[in-house]
Every structure is written in structure tokens, then in C-alpha cells.
Ligand binder design. Structure first.
Ligand code: ZN
Length: 209
């Protein structure tokens, strides 16, 4: 049997999108559980009823070309529904608006479910105001650890980290960071990677809690 990898992945993608359009997949969680990947921002628009977007970084980047040095703008955007879903994207372009549009598209394609909970021994309220357990994430030289915190504590984290946590719907968290956290872009991606682990590290006995 001959097969063409490209046409197969194209069919898989169309199938996921058509199931979403037909109302047979109604959540991001279900979409991933059925093995589909987000390849079209449309899927996120259809599955997330609420979306908030924040620009967390905008900086010039130099690129050496045959014609000399060229300046482009890099934008970093965070998108989330404040109810357990968040994505982060970076985009470069010569125009600010184009850089933001690229970053926004990538942020949508990177949307992941975030498992929230009350893993704090000081709280034990069982409400999804924090995270269920300690997670960490690394980007470049930056390593970030997030710990469950009691209700009302707020986000003990750097400003750009707070944007990712807030848009994910996490209200209380302790954090610890290592490395050059003045590189806020790395902190944003490290926080995203840490939050991503709340979902992928879920154990079977935690289902249905
Ligand atoms: Zn609690």
C-alpha cells in the first residue's frame, strides 16, 4: 500500500476541524484527547468562547543580510481564557502590526489546557484558584518553578510571568526563578512550559476529581 504522508496529515487536520465545526468536539481537552493538533487558529476561535490577548514584549532585532543590517520587530503575545487555557507566541516582522499578528497566530496554535486546583496544604479549599502540584519550566537560561499557594495570596511572580498565569486562570501561586529573568521573553515561555506540565503530568487516578 502506498501512502503519502502529506495527504494523510492533511486529512487528519481536516477531520479535526470538521468535527469541531460539526459540534462533535466541544472542548480543547477533547480535541487533544482525540489526538488532533491545532494547526489552524480557527479551531481555537471555535472552542474558546472567551479570549483575552496581551502583548508582553515588543523589541527590535537586528538581522544581517546581503544588503546590510536589517531591523525587524519581535512581538510576544499571550492568549488565554482565564479559565484553564493559555498559549504564548513570538513573531518577527518589519512592521509592528505584522509582528503582533504573527505572534498572536502562534499563541493560538500553542494553546494548551492548564489543570488548576488547590494543591496548597495551607488552604485545602478544593477550588481551582491555584495549581494542583509543583511544576517547572525552562527556556534559555531561565528556569521557573511554580508552587501551589493558599487562596488570597495572589501571584508571587515577575510581571510578565503574571500575565501568563492570569490569562491561564491561575490566581494564587508561589514562584522561584533562576537565571537571567531580566530576559522577560524567556520568563514568559518558561512559565508557559511549566503550566503545560500541569496537564501532561496528570495521573490516571486524578481523572474525575
Ligand atoms: Zn485553596
Amino acid at each position: 500500500m502506498s501512502s503519502n504522508e502529506n495527504s494523510v496529515s492533511q486529512e487528519t487536520y481536516d477531520e479535526g476541524l470538521s468535527l469541531v465545526k460539526a459540534g462533535q468536539i466541544n472542548t480543547i481537552e477533547e480535541y487533544f484527547e482525540r489526538g488532533y493538533k491545532i494547526r489552524d487558529p480557527q479551531i481555537v476561535d471555535l472552542l474558546l468562547s472567551k479570549q483575552r490577548e496581551e502583548l508582553v514584549a515588543l523589541s527590535p532585532v537586528q538581522k544581517q543580510t546581503d544588503a546590510g543590517e536589517k531591523t525587524r520587530i519581535r512581538a510576544v503575545v499571550v492568549i488565554g481564557d482565564e479559565e484553564g487555557h493559555v498559549g504564548v507566541g513570538s513573531g518577527k516582522a518589519t512592521q509592528v502590526n505584522d509582528a503582533i499578528a504573527k505572534a498572536s497566530r502562534k499563541a493560538k496554535l500553542s494553546i494548551v489546557p492548564v489543570r488548576r486546583g488547590c494543591g496548597s496544604w495551607e488552604c485545602k479549599c478544593n477550588q481551582p484558584h491555584s495549581i494542583p502540584f509543583r511544576v517547572d519550566g525552562k527556556e534559555g537560561s531561565v528556569k521557573i518553578e511554580l508552587y501551589p499557594a493558599p487562596k488570597g495570596l495572589g501571584l508571587v511572580a515577575g510581571d510578565t510571568m503574571k500575565v501568563v498565569l492570569r490569562l491561564a486562570g491561575v490566581k494564587d501561586v508561589w514562584s522561584r526563578s533562576e537565571g537571567d529573568t531580566s530576559t522577560s521573553i524567556s520568563s514568559v515561555f518558561a512559565t508557559y512550559k511549566a503550566l503545560k506540565k500541569t496537564y501532561t503530568f496528570i495521573t490516571p487516578e486524578e481523572w474525575g476529581v
